[in-house]
Design a protein around this ligand. Structure first.
Ligand SMILES: [Cu+2]
Length: 132
């Protein structure tokens, strides 16, 4: 899984880690002591979950914020009616990229985002982000 912060330029966030035996985001597994992304309180950002190289389904969940989906490319290639409301989790199918927009709250602190497949998150498919 790759994730790209479109407005703050955080690079693409890539899911999967095929061949490594680990489930990764941006080629990283979770590290409690590492801040992977930093966002400003109140800022609006567009992120992209990129599973275009992945071969597994990842329900991606972001703490502290709700988001709206902008696009789904590859795979089904479009959003359906039930995807148009506020979300805290989005299913990203193999071969897909999903773009989402969110406004981070004024609450500062350290939060996580992760794949909500328990086997994947237990395998390290989670990163920290800090609202500053
Ligand atoms: Cu997953």
């Amino acid at each position: 899984m790759k994730i790209k912060g479109m407005m703050e330029g955080n690079g693409s966030m890539n899911m999967g880690g095929m061949g490594s035996g680990m489930h990764t985001i941006n080629d990283k597994v979770y590290d409690l002591g590492r801040v992977d992304e930093t966002v400003k309180a109140g800022d609006t950002e567009i992120w992209e979950f990129d599973n275009s190289e992945g071969d597994e389904i990842h329900p991606m969940h972001i703490h502290a914020v709700q988001f709206q989906l902008l696009s789904r490319t590859g795979g089904r290639g479009s959003l359906i009616a039930t995807e148009l409301g506020w979300k805290d989790t989005v299913l990203v199918m193999p071969g897909e990229k999903v773009r989402l927009i969110m406004t981070f709250p004024q609450k500062k602190g350290l939060f996580v985002f992760h794949c909500h497949n328990l086997e994947h998150e237990d395998d390290g498919m989670m990163l920290n982000f800090e609202i500053v």
